[in-house]
Design a protein around this ligand. Structure first.
Ligand SMILES: Cc1cc2nc3c(=O)[nH]c(=O)nc-3n(C[C@H](O)[C@H](O)[C@H](O)COP(=O)(O)OP(=O)(O)OC[C@H]3O[C@@H](n4cnc5c(N)ncnc54)[C@H](O)[C@@H]3O)c2cc1C
Length: 348
């Protein structure tokens, strides 16, 4: 018997402070909510240098959760962990031919699975628009893995290292199309109960040190948004725009969120979220501005943990409780001791 973090993102290289400050979500958001919901209390050093312990019954706890580090420095936290019998996962995988089928499958049966996420081929178009590989998982029970080693499944170091400067053609439209085709075909049409380790299921990118350098010297942007259930058509439209634009992306994941929480700047809300890595390209800024407009029209929003390009006006159209957050900051830190580039750009 052991314990696992209640919410883990797609990398294990995060701190507890960063997880609270971004109120991160995992593949289990539809059932378990986001990180802050599992924090009983946290210690925060405020602008005057004193430390306060904040519980979920205080407004300042919820300003700090998702508050992007602007309320102070979190020095410790009390977390509720998830008991697990083994450090292995039992994983079901299925290939899904298009986006409508995928969303129907997730709507109908996500609640039967603790963890659920879909990889989408953003270059597929026409009848194959949004074809995907849907992966669901549970912590494996001792009974399920009685013939296998049950512990020590966390590798200490990445197994591969990306070259220091990958050539530009590596992530081009033709190579990405081939990669996506292979990734889709390599997935089983339907497999149930595969036993994998925690890194393979939750943190596959951590296995490649410096994976971000694969995008070459120009780098990439990760675009992540959420739209409410009623904005499902906006999700379809954005996947179509990405396919039409043909920007090469081999990493695009769709998740279903459950309800949000009390934190005014927390990202998740009931609905659909897509996170997509897009190599920097001359037309990218224009495309993303168009996608922003679709997200706003659908009453959705972008995730600040991934943002480097929004402006203050678009942000206020996305976060209806932004004024509440700003008022809280004026009260907590009137001299603005805690600032960041993000806060300056977004007028937080
Ligand atoms: C490969 C990859 C996959 C990811 N997958 C997911 C995912 O599935 N879900 C998800 O939600 N996020 C995901 N993320 C984003 C990541 O979880 C968040 O950005 C997280 O906040 C990073 O934690 P960090 O400790 O590195 O924080 P940093 O990047 O150092 O900081 C992030 C923010 O937290 C603040 N902060 C950090 N430490 C403290 C502290 N002690 N006190 C107060 N404020 C603090 C900083 O000021 C900053 O605003 C992913 C990131 C990567 C690189």
């Amino acid at each position: 018997m052991g314990y696992f973090v209640p919410v883990t993102p797609g990398t294990r290289y995060v701190s507890v402070g960063g997880a609270i400050a971004c109120d991160i979500h995992g593949k289990n958001h539809h059932l378990s909510g986001s990180f802050a919901q599992h924090v009983e209390s946290l210690d925060l050093i405020g602008p005057d240098g004193t430390t306060r312990t904040l519980g979920q019954d205080t407004d300042d706890f919820w300003l700090t959760a998702g508050g992007m580090g602007l309320t102070g420095i979190i020095t410790s936290a009390v977390l509720r962990l998830t008991p697990v019998e083994t450090s292995l996962m039992s994983v079901d995988t299925e290939r899904v031919p298009d986006l409508h089928t995928l969303m129907r499958r997730m709507r109908e049966s996500d609640d039967d699975h603790t963890y659920s996420v879909a990889w989408i081929d953003t270059l597929a178009s026409g009848r194959a628009l949004g074809r995907s590989v849907l992966t669901r998982g549970e912590h494996a029970s001792a009974q399920q893995v009685r013939h296998r080693r049950r512990g020590g499944a966390l590798p200490a170091e990445p197994r591969l290292t990306a070259p220091p400067y990958a050539p530009g053609w590596l992530i081009s439209r033709p190579t990405t199309k081939v990669f996506n085709e292979m990734w889709f075909r390599k997935a089983p049409a339907h497999r149930v109960g595969e036993i994998t380790d925690i890194p393979a299921f939750f943190h596959p990118l951590d296995g490649v040190a410096g994976w971000n350098r694969l995008y070459g010297r120009r780098g990439f942007v990760q675009y992540q948004f959420v739209v409410p259930d009623a904005g499902e058509q906006a999700m379809v439209e954005i996947v179509r725009r990405l396919a039409d634009a043909g920007h090469p992306s081999f990493l695009a994941v769709l998740k279903r969120f459950g309800p949000g929480n009390r934190a005014p700047l927390s990202f998740p809300m009931s609905g659909w979220t897509l996170a997509v890595d897009l190599p920097t390209h001359p037309g990218l800024r224009t495309l993303l501005a168009e996608l922003d407009r679709i997200v706003v029209a659908a009453a959705g929003r972008l995730y600040l943990a991934k943002d480097s390009r929004l402006d203050a006006e678009t942000l206020s159209a996305m976060y209806p409780r932004l004024d509440e957050f700003r008022a809280g900051l004026r009260r907590l830190d009137p001299d603005r001791v805690f600032r960041s580039d993000l806060a300056r750009r977004l007028d937080l």
